[in-house]
Design a protein around this ligand. Structure first.
Ligand code: BGC
Length: 768
């Protein structure tokens, strides 16, 4: 009889596709990749309708990244895909279809010059880009004589472990890029810029310059990205991506910039809940410091919002609106509902995203009526200082206004208002993870209030001892759920076996990040885990080259949870087909600052977008019997000194902003695994923070899955175990666990509790 765990134990070859076909990087996944990329790229500028390009338009393609196309980020964001469709590839297809005519000598020149510096096409993106190559005068003139339109692709790499800086070639244009763009602006009638990057680069240069006619923020769009860019520029796809972050006028305008590099040891989250648009929409002096607001994105068609109607039933506010495509091409629109809560005693952002939905593809003249439901309790604020009621979520009395539209600034206020005569406590919690060193925080008028400083408490968790008895006859793991219970199985494990379960092991398959589980004697398989989030990261040498999906920020910009779920499902099929069990995805930290080097692995500055998108992706992944690992729990918003950096944050901001997305995902999708982060929160490593992992995650949110540390976290293993972190990766500190067991610092029940969660995860995994 075939073993239930044959995939993990024997690394069998069994495709997961219909009709027994392999799905890894298959055509259907490539198509999904291209569709998603086309839905998440954001058209920022389109003066005089220069886009889409006209039928047969003559174009000259500039910029190294036209060929040296950045499809993904580095670190856990790398995917060794079978190919990358570059921007040049995309336009070559359009040329074959008669849609454009490319000035070939220029593209050939780029290809040759890039080859000379070792930058010829490679499917593996773990190397640094080179600065723009110089274009000889005669070639440049010939390009300008041939083409009316220059399309320049500007690329940037991002990678975990490094933050972005306000330097030329990073957040700012390099001198060569600047010179090339100047030259294009002088010589071409139309200049179209494609931003091939996972960062919110400085935008002032293209906002201010009239000669730059159009700008597409294409993000890191995966292995089909170049095709999706050409689809949009040629009008085969009508852009419908909307920003999930605010693009400020200058990097200095973000309230997080001043303190970002103040210290390598800590970051003070003094802006509190006023992150991203919550800051720019609320603080009067900040309002005009925005180039592109949250939710913004252009289309090739127009939409009207009519019949706005809101009503409530005491639990939910339902907002209805009819969206009509009033233009001449088919397109999709995103309906965004914002709520403005009364300022009250706690102070609130002027607007907070309360619900969103994307329309179907509407033909010209076609209309769709959407109804968006908002739980009234989700409009409450957390009172950490007891201005109304300490440690409670409160709906303050007063008027709640609702705004419906297509960006945070392009909205219509509904006539309806939710009016509360009295304050309503929606949830009474306990003070947890309060600051111990953050001295002040911003209020809604831009001033600051002082914060009382507390201390971290010590906890002595009492995990209940199991009453299960091991059956007399030894039995194997695959009998769990059939003839014996998991508790009975655990009862027959030795202490040493329990200790071994708490740590990672070497990979037994094609993933390059290790494995979990593994008790050979009793048939518990080693389950190999793999990064995430942009696809399945395999060892390059193994020759399996999976789909490289668009980065999380692009997925966020689709505002389409269905796309996120489909990517989750498709990615998971590739994971299981390759005999892996855990996909370390999706990343979902908040874009607190544009400088965080890992923003591309995260969705948004907004917790609702992050939570909903992650929940959809998790549902897709788990539907295939693969464990996701949402990460990094929490406040991993800076990469410099990430193993020690202390995120000093108020409890309110923590709960309303940095934990909220995780909370939504945990409650809606029940993920089987959560990865804790490297950093500290208020003076304690997250891996060893009992209040976070047990107090909030398990006791408040009811999380029943397992937790895994990020790779090589710095807190002692014993503390991590006691706090509620189940697995230490890539290796644990077994000697210290053994010693703690002996001294009574930990007991068998502590090990059993974690073991149960880890084994439950393995039982959930799809088998042969
Ligand atoms: C990253 C994680 C990743 C892990 C395993 C760490 O450096 O922070 O996101 O999943 O490595 O590769």
């Amino acid at each position: 009889m075939t073993s239930k765990y044959a995939r993990f134990l024997y690394q069998i070859c069994k495709p997961t596709g219909e009709d027994g076909k392999l799905v890894t990087a298959c055509k259907a996944h490539a198509e999904l990749c291209r569709t998603a990329a086309g839905e998440g790229m954001v058209l920022l500028k389109n003066s005089n309708g220069v886009l889409p390009l006209k039928q047969g338009e003559k174009i000259a393609l500039f910029g190294n990244s036209t060929i040296d196309y950045v499809k993904c980020g580095g670190g856990s964001g790398i995917v060794h895909s079978p190919y990358i469709r570059t921007v040049l590839d995309g336009f070559k297809i359009k040329e074959q279809e008669g849609k454009v005519s490319i000035f070939k000598p220029l593209s050939e020149y780029y290809a040759n010059e890039l080859k000379k510096v070792g930058r010829e096409f490679m499917p593996h993106q773990d190397y640094a880009l080179v600065d723009e190559i110089d274009i000889p005068d005669d070639l440049f003139r010939a390009a300008a004589d041939f083409a009316e339109t220059a399309v320049i692709t500007v690329g940037r790499l991002s990678e975990e472990g490094t933050d972005h800086t306000v330097t030329k070639g990073d957040f700012l244009l390099s001198e060569k890029e600047e010179a090339l763009i100047d030259r294009l602006c002088r010589s071409f009638k139309k200049v179209v810029v494609v931003l091939d990057m996972g960062i919110m680069i400085d935008s002032s240069w293209f906002v201010e310059r009239e000669e730059i006619s159009a700008v597409l923020l294409a993000w890191l769009a995966g292995m089909e990205g170049g095709l999706a860019i050409a689809d949009i520029l040629c009008g085969d796809v009508n852009p419908s991506g909307k920003l999930v972050d605010t693009l400020a006028k200058s990097f200095d305008d973000y309230p997080t910039t001043a303190g970002f590099n103040e210290s390598e040891d800590y970051v003070d989250y003094t802006e509190d809940i006023y992150v991203g648009y919550r800051y720019f929409e609320t603080i009067p002096e900040a309002y005009n410091r925005v180039n592109y607001p949250f939710g913004y994105g252009l289309s090739y068609t127009d939409f009207s919002f009519e019949g706005i109607h809101c009503a409530d039933d005491g639990k939910f506010v339902t907002a209805c609106v009819t969206v009509t495509n009033t233009g001449s091409v088919a397109g999709k629109e995103v309906v965004q509902v914002y709520c403005g809560a009364p300022q009250g005693l706690l102070g609130k952002p002027a607007k907070v995203l309360a619900a969103f939905k994307k329309t179907d593809l509407l033909k010209p003249g076609e209309a769709q009526t959407l109804a968006l439901r908002i739980p009234i309790s989700s409009l409450a604020s957390y009172d950490d200082l007891g201005k109304i009621q300490k440690a409670a979520y409160v709906l303050e009395k007063g008027e709640y206004r609702f705004y419906i539209g297509s960006s945070v600034r392009d909205v219509i206020e509904a006539r309806y208002r939710l009016v509360l005569e009295d304050n309503v406590i929606t949830e009474q919690l306990e003070t947890r993870c309060a600051p111990i060193a953050l001295k002040k925080r911003m209020l809604s008028d831009g001033s600051f209030e002082e914060l009382p400083l507390g201390e971290n408490k010590t906890y002595n968790p009492q995990n209940p001892a199991s009453t299960a008895k091991a059956p007399e006859e030894e039995f194997m793991f695959d009998k769990v759920g059939e003839t014996v219970t998991l508790d009975e199985f655990i009862a027959q494990l030795t202490d040493e076996e329990l200790v071994e379960l708490q740590e990672g092991h070497d990979s037994t398959g094609i993933g390059d990040t290790g494995s979990i589980g593994g008790i050979k004697r009793l048939g518990v398989p080693y389950v190999t885990v793999s990064d995430g989030p942009a696809g399945l990261r395999t060892s390059r040498e193994c020759g399996i080259l999976p789909t490289a999906w668009p980065c999380e920020t692009l997925i966020g910009c689709t505002w389409n949870t269905d796309i996120a779920e489909r990517i989750g499902k498709a990615g998971a099929l590739e994971v299981i087909e390759n005999n892996l069990g855990v996909w370390l995805a999706p990343g979902m930290n908040i874009h607190r600052s544009p400088f965080c080097g890992r923003n591309f692995e995260y969705y948004s500055e907004d917790p609702l977008i992050s939570g909903k998108m992650a929940a959809a992706e998790v549902k897709g992944i788990q539907s295939q019997g693969v464990a996701p690992s949402i990460k990094h729990f929490a406040c991993n918003n800076k990469e410099t000194n990430r193993s020690y950096s202390d995120s000093r944050v108020s409890e309110r901001a923590l709960r309303e902003i940095y934990l909220k997305g995780f909370e939504i995902c945990v409650k809606e999708a029940k993920p089987w695994l959560i990865m804790t982060s490297y950093n500290q929160i208020n003076g304690e490593h997250t891996t060893a923070k009992y209040e976070l992992l047990t107090g909030i995650l398990r006791n408040e949110w009811g999380y029943e899955g397992a937790t895994v540390s990020d790779w090589d976290t710095k807190a002692p293993h014993v503390k991590e175990l006691l706090a509620g972190n189940d697995i230490k990766m890539p290796k644990g500190e077994k000697d210290s666990l053994r010693a703690a067991l002996e001294s009574g610092e930990i007991c068998r029940a502590d090990l059993e509790n974690s073991a149960k969660r880890i084994l439950e995860l393995i039982l959930n995994l799809a088998q042969v």
